[in-house]
Design a protein around this ligand. Structure first.
Ligand code: G6P
Length: 366
């Protein structure tokens, strides 16, 4: 195992650092947003679709939530994202024109498989999976698939599977947008170029590790943390909080920053670190006023800001600057420092990072 780990202390760290390779492999040979990426007959299936129903669990569910922002904005198709264990037991409204999309690293999660079967039993036949295991039950059960090429993921807390799922989902958004006549050739080429730039962009985010380790030194002593994001970065805040709780056992929760005033602000004291995803997008002004609300209550902000941002280090405000502004792909870049923050905090607390207590890599029983 030592040989396999190379310079890394844990599989999770190795897998975080493998993300440029995993994304590069997932994009291998892809030159455009073509239905063929999702399997034979995808064009006919996509043509008949009027909405998406995304079903998943855990980290894969947060990939689905991110995809909703992309697909609705780019393709103009309504998207519902549901936690598989809820959907399978709920009385819902079937729609044979749904594209049912399951997202799963393992392709074997019992709840996600059961949710898929539930949808099929209600007459929904257009099924696609975004999956990391070619031989899995999920790939066998779905008519279409997009395989992520993350490679075997050993750390229980998912990292490279998540970012490669996001790549597959972004390609799905582009493909649907193109079919709906909402993406011209030039825009398509720009998006593909941006995707191809991801491995390099992630490499420069990984270089922030020493700065993130110094934040981790402060998180070690905390028992609670709040994560804030807005828009397509809200699911990334959710994923950041999940990573931290899974492996460091610090209680963490995420909120869309606009909801602060409806509850979590009551929890903010000097003891509460507030991790904020703050890229320079159309919501930055709103987010900065939310950050002010936290500062006014003595909360300590840990902010991921863009290089050109006017958010400055000051007492109670710690800033790490992301190397570039990544536009629509920004969620893929912003999750990486969150993974590193959780990882280094867990290491400093001495937990079993790759096998956190009470959790399993793949939950194949209900
Ligand atoms: C478990 C794992 C998570 C994973 C979830 C869904 O909870 O610990 O990392 O996100 O299952 O797994 P799947 O294989 O369906 O993506």
């Amino acid at each position: 195992a030592a040989a396999e780990l190379g310079p890394y202390r844990h599989y999770m760290q190795k897998e975080i650092f493998e993300q440029p390779r995993a994304i590069g492999d997932t994009l291998q040979g892809i030159e455009g947003a073509d239905p063929g990426l999702f399997g034979q007959g995808a064009d006919a299936i996509f043509d008949g679709v009027d909405s998406l129903l995304i079903l998943a669990c855990g980290t894969s569910y947060y990939a689905g939530l991110t995809a909703k922002y992309w697909i609705e904005a780019l393709a103009g198709i309504p998207v519902n994202v549901e936690i598989a264990s809820e959907y399978r037991y709920r009385v819902s409204v079937p729609n044979s024109r749904h594209l049912v999309v399951t997202i799963s690293q393992s392709g074997e999660t019992a709840d996600t498989l059961a949710a898929l079967k539930h949808a099929q039993s209600q007459g929904m036949r257009n099924t696609l999976t975004i999956c990391n295991v070619a031989t899995s039950a999920m790939v066998r059960e779905c008519r279409l698939n997009f395989l992520t090429h993350a490679g075997v993921e050993i750390g229980v807390a998912s990292t490279k599977a998540f970012t490669t799922q996001l790549v597959g989902l972004f390609l799905l958004a582009l493909t649907l947008a193109k079919l709906k006549g909402r993406l011209n050739a030039e825009q398509e080429a720009d998006h593909i170029r941006a995707l191809r730039h991801l491995p390099v962009a992630i490499q420069s985010v990984l270089a922030l590790e020493p700065q993130i380790m110094s934040w981790a030194d402060e998180f070690v002593r905390k028992e609670n943390a709040l994560f804030l994001g807005r828009g397509m970065h809200y699911p990334i805040a959710l994923e950041g909080a999940l990573k931290l709780k899974e492996i460091s056992y610090i209680h963490a929760e995420a909120y869309p920053a606009g909801e602060l005033k409806h509850g979590p602000l009551a929890l903010v004291t000097e003891q509460m670190p507030v991790v904020t995803v703050a890229p320079q997008d159309s919501l930055i002004k709103k987010l900065q006023s939310n950050m002010q609300e936290v500062r006014a209550r003595g909360g300590h902000l840990y902010v991921f800001a863009d290089a050109g941002s006017n958010i400055r280090n000051e007492p109670g405000v710690h800033v790490i600057r992301m190397p570039e502004h990544y536009g629509m792909l920004s969620p893929i870049l912003h999750v990486v420092p969150m993974q590193l923050l959780a990882y280094h905090t867990a290491c400093a607390r001495g937990t079993d990072v790759d096998k956190p207590r009470n959790l399993a890599k793949s939950v194949t029983v209900e």
